[in-house]
Ligand binder design. Structure first.
Ligand code: TYD
Length: 198
């Protein structure tokens, strides 16, 4: 079972990944649950985090770095865990590349770079208006990355719609989740998708 959580920066993905891990642990005691993220903690992921902080790395380079990180992350973490029968929950995956990197190089090119990667069993898209995302980002403080301005978030929101169209047409199962309200509210909506009627 491979689940990915997606959404704009500030939409609450990291919180919901942790909530989902807790929900799985309660419902399936003893089952291995692997929580992971992209950019990954591996060598290419570390390079990407440095690149996002360094404006000298061009937007045209990022699609390749993210695709290389995804290959490494799948081979090192995701696929071995799935082979062991684990539940894998990833904070972001290929839909993020389709949304973010297509702004620089177009959906067709990003799609081609990501065509070989397996579709998750569930992609959970956390829907929250860009203004609300920015308010949450400001609340959490810290440094912003290059994607975190209102105009940029609005662009990415539109791009996510195109990305969802692209992935849906290729058989991906994508659930839209209303990400407004409290973490508990959102976690309940997520649980309804994973365990309908339970
Ligand atoms: P993020 O999950 O926000 O990491 P952190 O919580 O450490 O800031 O990811 C960093 C940024 O990378 C985020 O703005 C989304 C972006 N990103 C892409 O542009 N393409 C991708 O393929 C992925 C996985 C992330």
């Amino acid at each position: 079972m491979f689940i990915c959580v997606e959404g704009l920066d500030g939409s609450g993905g990291t919180t919901q990944v942790e909530r989902l891990r807790q929900a799985w642990a309660i419902r399936s005691p003893g089952r291995e649950i692997v929580v992971t993220r992209e950019p990954s903690p591996g060598p290419v992921g570390r390079l990407i985090r440095a690149a996002l902080a360094d404006t000298d790395i061009g937007e045209g380079v990022l699609p390749y770095l993210f695709a290389a990180d995804r290959r490494d992350h799948l081979d090192r973490v995701v696929l071995p865990a799935l082979a062991r029968g684990a539940v894998v929950i990833s904070d972001r995956y290929a839909l993020s590349s389709l949304a973010y990197q297509s702004l620089a190089v177009g959906l067709e090119k990003v799609g081609a770079l990501n065509a070989d990667f397996p579709a998750p069993d569930h992609t959970l898209m956390l829907d929250l208006p860009p203004t609300d995302c920015l308010a949450r980002i400001e609340l959490r403080g810290g440094t912003r990355d290059r994607f975190e301005t209102l105009a940029r978030l609005q662009e990415i929101a539109a791009s996510y719609e195109a990305a969802i169209g692209w992935a849906s047409a290729r058989g991906w199962s994508i659930a839209r989740i209303d990400a407004s309200g409290s973490p508990d509210d959102v976690a309940a909506r997520v649980a309804e998708v994973i365990w309908p009627g339970c």
